[in-house]
Write a protein that binds this ligand. Structure first.
Ligand SMILES: Cc1cc2nc3c(=O)[nH]c(=O)nc-3n(C[C@H](O)[C@H](O)[C@H](O)COP(=O)(O)OP(=O)(O)OC[C@H]3O[C@@H](n4cnc5c(N)ncnc54)[C@H](O)[C@@H]3O)c2cc1C
Length: 404
């Protein structure tokens, strides 16, 4: 039994201080450069691996905290440093989470270390669900997985889009439909190992924000993977499909529960961006003088800062609550995971917008980081479920009504 406490443990305080130092010294100085370059920051990822911020051990330590707060604290600090650079480290965890959630013990042991590699030889993973015609509506995936019994191989065909680390990852986890008639209940996840013929990167996207994180299409053409690459194994899939065909309830609810549990981690990143902008704007408002006084002496500015701080603290409470619920196995009865991601994402957009306003013209130009934080913040109301989809989840959870 882990009681909820707002008092951080000594380990959590140490973790926060260590990552704050990393964010301040290793991320802030290079953030603007990688935003402009819009490329994967390999030297930074290598450095993070060397310092122990990227890798299996780091993830295991953060996930291993029974209170669930360590991961939230870690992600807030990394995104405070820079959300794009943070995502260049965190994209891998999407693939890892899919393997952990759906894979057998043997599959986890085989694939998870390969997702990270090691210092000096870092690897990346990607998790590919979204398609050009299937974003929020993941039940309508067109990517197909066909089983070739003769060779015990799965053959994947289709196009994935908006994939973080897509085409450059060493391990891709691809969600594909095995039986399209069954919608999301007819889907399964497949590991595509490095060097597999038939998987290639399509278009690389030029983005508004988080530009140090690579986003691209993944094209699958007669892409063959061994039978053991089906996460969870064929027996389990066949059992699930026959249950669904018999009209019984089946496992896609489990996938939804996993998403709900990982959402606070996304919210924690949004929170980091919001805090960065708030702190910057607060300092600036005390320094900047107009009409012979600091601009913070005007209520119009001071009240903005009061609201920004209040929203950030409220977002953190929602993120920590949901992180704690996920770690302690509490059931999400009112979409608490969605609440945390939704509120933190919208807070990040609003707070960075207000920060630009407080800086005036200086907020609008690239010599200052605030416009970048605003561009970075916007993705948090879009990916991992848009704000509208989060509201649907909460509304359905609290009402029991299948709201459209
Ligand atoms: C930078 C970036 C990185 C990403 N990384 C990944 C990744 O690694 N892996 C991956 O699989 N995907 C990834 N995505 C995809 C992301 O999850 C989708 O963009 C997102 O789910 C929305 O899908 P869509 O873009 O097709 O929008 P749509 O689903 O077409 O939505 C368009 C608008 O309609 C609204 N809408 C849709 N349906 C409803 C409804 N029922 N009720 C009310 N409103 C609705 C949406 O909220 C939105 O405002 C990434 C996207 C971006 C931009």
């Amino acid at each position: 039994m882990t009681d909820f406490s707002m008092e951080l443990s000594a380990d959590q305080v140490t973790l926060r201080e260590w990552l704050h130092g990393f964010a301040l010294n290793e991320m802030r100085p290079i953030a603007a450069e990688w935003d402009e370059r819009e490329e994967t920051p390999w030297p930074f990822i290598e450095e993070a691996a060397k310092l122990g911020v990227y890798g299996l051990d780091f993830m295991m330590n953060a996930v291993g905290d029974p209170t669930g707060l360590s991961m939230m604290i870690a992600l807030e600090e990394l995104a405070w440093g820079d959300a794009g650079l943070a995502m260049s480290l965190l994209g891998t965890s999407l693939g890892v989470a899919a393997i952990v959630a759906n894979g057998t013990r043997e599959q986890q042991v085989e694939w998870v270390p390969q997702c990270f590699g090691s210092p000096g030889d870092v690897k990346l993973a990607a998790f590919a669900v979204s398609e050009p015609d299937a974003g929020s509506d993941v039940s309508s995936l067109r990517t197909r997985a066909r089983y070739d019994e003769a060779s015990d191989e799965w053959v994947l065909n289709g196009t994935k889009t908006w994939i973080t680390n897509g085409g450059i990852a060493n391990v891709h986890v691809i969600v594909a439909s095995v039986d399209p008639a069954l919608g999301s209940r007819g889907q399964a996840s497949f590991v595509v190992p490095e060097g597999t013929v038939g998987l290639r990167m399509g278009q690389k996207f030029k983005k508004m924000g988080i530009r140090a994180s690579h986003t691209a299409e993944v094209v699958l053409e007669e892409c063959r993977v061994p039978g053991r690459c089906l996460l969870g194994g064929k027996e389990k899939l066949d059992e699930k499909l026959s249950r669904v065909r018999d009209g019984k309830r089946a496992a896609s609810q489990a996938a939804m529960a996993t998403f709900e549990a990982t959402r606070p981690a996304v919210g924690a990143q949004a929170l980091g961006i919001a805090r960065a902008a708030y702190e910057y704007a607060l300092d600036y408002a005390k320094e900047r003088k107009q009409f012979g006084r600091a601009i913070i002496e005007n209520q119009a500015i001071a009240f903005k800062l009061a609201n920004m701080k209040m929203s950030i603290d409220a977002a953190r409470l929602l993120v920590w609550r949901a992180g704690w619920m996920a770690a302690t196995g509490k059931q999400f009865v009112a979409g608490e995971g969605s609440m945390s991601k939704l509120f933190a994402g919208e807070t990040a957009v609003a707070v960075t917008d207000e920060a630009i306003q407080i800086l005036g013209g200086y907020g609008y130009v690239r010599d200052y980081p605030v416009e970048r934080w605003h561009r970075d913040a916007k993705i948090y109301t879009i990916f991992e479920g848009t704000s509208e989809i989060q509201r649907l989840i909460i509304a359905r959870a609290i009402s029991g009504v299948q709201i459209k």
